[in-house]
Design a protein around this ligand. Structure first.
Ligand code: NDP
Length: 473
């Protein structure tokens, strides 16, 4: 029997996706540069379904039914290009190459264009959920042609996570749309994690709670509107005790966070598109700051406030509200970036559908995402999520607590770049007037960059070095 799908690249992700396809009754062709990994997979898990182990590229391609569906799960970057170069000459028009690695969407656009000229569908596909998700149901974000999705979609929807019976997989849009959306998903994930980390830091540093007590706070929050995978695992991590020392696990881990790059891409791309994603940027920078041991060591003795641990029992509720409000901001910024990318590249991404496929399988899965789907269903052209009835009300209800928490953090010297920047974004968007008018005056003064007026159309320049009369520019 020919295989419905083939997976090349059998490290943790590829191996688990292959098993997931097989467990759903599909015949899966297997290939890996190092053939021992292919053999090991069949030896260990061969009884889970129908696998066709192959060694050479030619054998692998020959094992696939037509149109061929060949999924690449190799290390993102040059390896992806090497694998495409190896297989593309063996394929025929109508065949599909599915790249499930974390590729940059610009690389995906380039690869899609090159392969389209050969009549091959290149489907850059975001896959979220880590190795556990790959095996038991990830969130899947495929780009590429609508035609490819007709044949590929049912397979992907089979193996994806399901929420209320709805698969967490849908066609995102042409060429790089899938990898773009996966990138922004990861950027939002950074922001979510940072906001949770700041909540923990405040509960500890300002309210004086111990990690085990904070775990209980998060467990309670997880029964309400903040219910999500990240809040759930936060409680687990905080409740964990280090076996070697008997101390809270979180106290024995080095406080320097690492990153692989998708958060950074989200921010770089936002800068290119002119989209303000301060909350996501602060999350990326917060990891960067944590990793600068040299700077932190140099600055360690600088003075801070004398007062610590003074907040009372109502403080946790205030933090919950600040967290929910800041989370709304981070998602609003991420969805703005997706809307901008979709407009720039002509992808026509259904924003509500993105929230739907993130409800399960992926790292940011949360009850909250239903609200985003509802918001875009009610008004697909909404300029920002913040003005949706539910979110506007939540922000309004939260704002006093949110301001109190940011003020407390500043007073006590607890760094909260996520909460603070989210609040500043909220206040910037709702402001009557921004000081950007002054910025324009400065720009015109030193660089004759001109300005527009509130009362008349056109561009103007003031003769700052002369008699300060105004001229049409
Ligand atoms: P790795 O990123 O560690 O990649 C290892 C695989 O790539 C191996 O199969 C390896 O083959 C193959 N490979 C590397 N270089 C080449 C090359 N030049 N030619 C052919 N094959 C090569 O594996 P993961 O399973 O962690 O991730 C796979 C992809 O999925 C990556 O793009 C990753 O970004 C993405 N991803 C990972 C997630 C995760 O949680 N880990 C989540 C979502 C996406 P060999 O065995 O011969 O060395």
């Amino acid at each position: 029997d020919k295989a419905q799908i083939g997976v090349t690249g059998l490290a943790v992700m590829g191996r688990n996706l292959a098993r997931n396809f097989a467990r759903h009754g599909h015949t899966v062709a297997l290939h890996n540069r190092t053939t021992a990994k292919t053999k090991a997979l069949v030896e260990e898990f061969g009884d889970e379904g129908a696998f066709v182990a192959t060694e050479t590229a030619a054998e692998f391609v020959a094992a696939l039914e037509r149109p061929r569906r060949l999924m690449i799960m190799v290390k993102a970057g040059p390896a992806t290009d090497a694998v495409i170069a190896e297989f593309a000459p063996l394929l025929e028009p109508g065949d599909m190459i599915i790249d499930g690695g974390n590729a940059h969407f610009a690389d995906t656009r380039r690869r899609e264009k090159a392969l389209r000229e050969q009549g091959i569908h290149f489907v850059g596909t975001g896959v979220s959920g880590g190795e556990e998700g790959a095996l038991n149901g990830p969130s899947i974000m495929p780009g590429g042609s609508a035609e490819s999705y007709e044949s590929l979609g049912p397979l992907l929807e089979d193996i994806a996570a399901k929420v209320d019976g709805v698969p967490c997989a849908t066609h995102v849009g042409p060429d790089g749309a899938g990898h773009f959306v996966k990138m922004v998903h990861n950027g939002i994930e950074y922001a979510d994690m940072q906001l949770i980390a700041e909540s923990y830091d405040l509960l500890r540093g300002a309210a004086g709670l111990e990690p085990a007590e904070i775990a209980e706070v998060f467990r309670t929050w997880n029964t309400g509107r903040l219910e999500s995978y990240l809040i759930e695992i936060t409680a687990e991590v905080l409740a964990h005790t280090d076996a070697a020392t008997g101390r809270p696990f979180v106290d024995v881990v080095l406080d320097q966070a690492e990153q692989k790059g998708t958060g950074r891409w989200t921010v770089q791309t936002a800068l290119d598109l002119g989209v303000p994603v301060g909350g996501i940027a602060e999350a990326v920078f917060a990891r960067s700051v944590s990793g600068h041991a040299d700077l932190r060591k140099a600055a360690h003795g600088l003075p801070g406030p004398a007062r610590r641990a003074t907040e009372g029992s109502g403080f946790a509720d205030q933090v919950e509200r600040a967290l929910y409000a800041s989370k709304i901001i981070a998602y609003a910024q991420g969805f703005h970036e997706i809307a901008a990318g979709s407009a720039e590249y002509g992808w026509d991404v259904d924003l509500g559908a993105m929230a739907t496929i993130w409800r399960g399988g992926c790292i940011i899965r949360a009850r909250f995402l239903n609200r985003i789907t509802d918001a875009y269903r009610a008004d697909p052209a909404m300029a920002t999520l913040l003005t949706d009835d539910h979110f506007a009300q939540a922000l309004g209800d939260a704002q006093d607590a949110w301001r109190e928490v940011v003020a407390t953090a500043a007073r006590l010297g607890v760094p909260t770049p996520g909460f603070s920047s989210a609040l500043a974004y909220y206040d910037s968007l709702r402001a009557d007037r921004l000081p950007a008018a002054l910025t324009q005056g400065q720009r015109d003064f030193f660089g004759a960059h001109t300005y527009r007026r509130t009362d008349r159309d056109g561009a103007f320049h003031t003769l700052w070095a002369g008699d300060r009369t105004e001229a049409d520019a």
